[in-house]
Design a protein around this ligand. Structure first.
Ligand code: SF4
Length: 212
């Protein structure tokens, strides 16, 4: 399922492609060790944010027995900046700055509107951004442990494979100083049941319509 929305930033009017679908747990490919090592060797947040490895648990222990998930992906085509003189890394930075806070806001809203009887804590994207800096950096306790949400990748989920399986396109990355055609973020929410898919889709579309 897909819905396109137009959002406005101080400098741009942009189209966001929102893809969403239901997926069963066995469609998630988990490789905690691989993603732990990738984080350790290549990410500045490793051991610097309580939502990231080595603090993030394994997907299986975190989500418990949930069998169903609702997945949302936001994608922004970077060709929308073709008439600007931005460097490629700048285009990617703007794209990510548009989609990352928005998916977080939408997922928090969906968690609330689905309610605890239907849904668990959402699995987000990237490191927790609730405090600046994360209290891990200053050797203090997490300030908002109830609000902290782990990313799919920090739990060991192969997000590229999930995206390919569900939406039939890959995640793309910045390579050799070239911006990809698009940038995307993916998140999921565990569901106790999928008896009322149409209501879940209706609530999702309602939240997407609120995105500015
Ligand atoms: S809530 Fe704050 S202290 Fe806790 S993980 Fe998030 S950024 Fe770090």
């Amino acid at each position: 399922m897909q819905k396109n929305i137009i959002i406005s930033t101080p400098s741009h009017k942009l189209t966001l492609n929102c893809h969403f679908d239901f997926v069963e747990r066995d469609k998630f490919e988990i490789n905690k060790e691989l993603f732990f090592n990738l984080c350790k060797s290549g990410c500045v947040n490793f051991d610097q944010n309580y939502s990231c490895p080595p603090f993030s648990p394994h997907f299986n222990s975190y989500v418990g027995k949930e069998k169903h998930f609702f997945v949302l992906l936001l994608k922004i085509n970077l060709n929308q900046f073709k008439d600007y003189t931005y460097m490629d890394h700048h285009k990617l930075r703007i794209g990510n700055a548009v989609i990352k806070p928005r998916i977080e806001k939408i997922m928090r809203a969906l968690e609330l509107s689905f309610g605890p009887k239907l849904a668990g804590k959402f699995l987000g994207t990237g490191a927790c951004r609730l405090c600046k800096p994360c209290q891990r950096k200053v050797n203090k306790k997490c300030r908002y442990p109830d609000k902290l949400r782990f990313s799919l990748e920090s739990l060991g989920v192969d997000c590229n494979k999930l995206c390919l399986k569900l939406f039939k396109f890959p995640l793309l990355w910045y390579k050799e100083k070239k911006a990809p055609l698009y940038t995307s973020v993916i998140a999921a929410i565990p569901l106790n049941n999928i008896n009322n898919k149409s209501e879940i889709i209706k609530l999702t579309k309602k939240e997407l319509n609120k995105v500015l």
